[in-house]
Design a protein around this ligand. Structure first.
Ligand SMILES: Cc1ncc(COP(=O)(O)O)c(C=O)c1O
Length: 435
């Protein structure tokens, strides 16, 4: 009996959809068979409710645990924070330390604000940028959280988010007042952004995008975006919630050599503890004082402590270089095994977050089979890997050996025209990762 699936059945009666995050849904990996819940997570190992141990090659906490699960240095600093009070009438000094470090890394920025989740940080950045630019509309590319401003994209055309996130997203519950204010453009296709600004009275004061996700920026793309933002007096926001502090220490934009007006961080800065950050040019960030942005739980001390310890460790041990090398090793391993086993794959993503695609019409079926067979061998595995300090060459070699075996089985299934799945085909995931 799969105890995780049993619990999921009960959860679905109590919680809409069974949990709080789409990306952790069982249906996105292996419907009816995914372990779904964990008892313990340490390093890159995860124990499910049946006490079975797996190596996590399926995203390490949705790309947030860059140091690995339950890291001992982060734990130690948090235990000290708990003992000395995680909440108080007065403020935590660690907030100032974190602002100092983020601004020290990103010299173009002059001020920082903090909150807890990624989507929330995007909302804060949008409010500040709108207040500063005094314009209503937003041009965007990619995913930036669940809030009204983002989902409203589908109000004038219900296919607008198909290529940015997922097909079929409904706008039920979103205020009509956002209609026509959100304009999507495509990554590496500057014409789609130019078209937005060409329209008379476009009133676009914000461009928000990830500096990179699936594909690398083509020649000059980011510079052209920055030029368009400047020319039209729009605020350029780089959403680095997933891309930041992975391939390099700081925002990926430092490596790509294009700076924005505002950058947003989340996930890895706290190694999975709730903390997110918005940094920006001083004159822009100061406008936060002219609007109302404020929350009790944003002052919680533990998030700041987790972030300060994580950043210190990343910097001291040059961990970002190490994990991007791990990512390259995985990309090369996939490539080699695909060639050997004669299967067609695509590889994308920044170095530390490699992404695998099966280039066949039944790609979802093949990916489901891949996950099913890898799970049998003790690996949580899907299309996306997020590398971690908790990995080492030995565990990556072990993973690549199993990948090689499963790619061999996939080749056989392709020849036979049949994939022996024990359950249903997985649901399709975020489109933005495919490119
Ligand atoms: C680029 C980007 N923006 C925003 C978000 C939303 O962050 P959160 O899930 O912490 O609200 C994510 C999460 O995957 C993301 O990758």
């Amino acid at each position: 009996m799969n105890k995780g699936q049993e619990l999921l059945k009960k959860a679905k009666k109590l919680i809409p959809g069974g949990n709080q995050l789409l990306s952790k849904r069982s249906e996105l990996f292996l419907p009816g068979l995914w372990p779904t819940y964990y008892k313990k997570a340490k390093g890159c190992k995860v124990w499910d409710l049946n006490n079975k141990m797996y190596y996590d090659f399926a995203g390490m906490g949705v790309t947030s645990c860059v140091l690995g699960y339950s890291n001992k240095d982060v734990n130690k600093s948090l235990i000290n924070g708990l003992k000395t009070g995680s909440m108080c009438t007065l403020n935590a000094t660690e907030e100032v330390d974190l602002a100092k470090e983020l601004l020290n890394i990103h010299k173009w920025a002059g001020m920082a604000k903090f909150c807890k989740s990624g989507g929330e940080a995007c909302m804060v950045a949008i409010r500040i940028a709108r207040a500063y630019s005094n314009k209503n509309n937003i041009a965007f590319c990619g995913y930036h959280g669940w809030h009204d401003w983002y989902l409203a994209t589908n109000m004038n055309n219900k296919k607008n988010l198909d290529k940015q996130l997922l097909p079929g997203l409904k706008t039920k519950g979103v205020s009509n007042s956002f209609k026509n204010s959100i304009k999507p453009f495509m990554y590496n296709d500057i014409k789609t952004l130019k078209k937005i600004f060409k329209k008379k009275n476009n009133d676009v004061g914000i461009i928000i995008m990830e500096p990179m996700r699936g594909a690398k920026p083509s020649h000059n793309f980011l510079k052209q975006v920055k030029y368009i933002a400047k020319k039209n007096k729009a605020i350029l926001i780089f959403d680095e919630i997933t891309s930041g502090f992975k391939d390099n220490y700081g925002g990926l934009h430092l490596k790509l050599k294009v700076s924005p007006d505002i950058a947003i961080f989340g996930k890895s800065i706290g190694n999975g503890y709730p903390i997110s950050a918005i940094i920006g040019k001083k004159k822009i960030m100061q406008v936060a004082q002219e609007t109302f942005i404020s929350s009790t739980m944003w002052t919680d001390r533990l998030g700041f402590i987790a972030a300060n310890t994580t950043l210190k460790k990343l910097k001291k041990s040059n961990i970002n270089k190490m994990i991007s090398n791990y990512g390259n090793k995985i990309k090369n391993g996939w490539k080699k095994s695909a060639k050997k086993n004669d299967i067609k794959i695509g590889i994308s993503g920044q170095d530390a977050i490699p992404y695998l695609r099966f280039d066949y019409p039944n790609s979802l079926e093949i990916l489901t089979y891949f996950t099913q067979e890898m799970l049998k061998k003790g690996f949580l595995a899907g299309a996306q890997v997020a590398t971690s300090y908790a990995y080492n060459d030995k565990v990556i070699n072990k993973y690549l050996k199993e990948v090689d075996n499963v790619f061999g089985k996939i080749n056989n299934c392709l020849i036979n025209g049949k994939f022996p799945l024990k359950g249903q085909i997985k649901h399709s995931t975020f489109k933005r990762l495919n490119r």
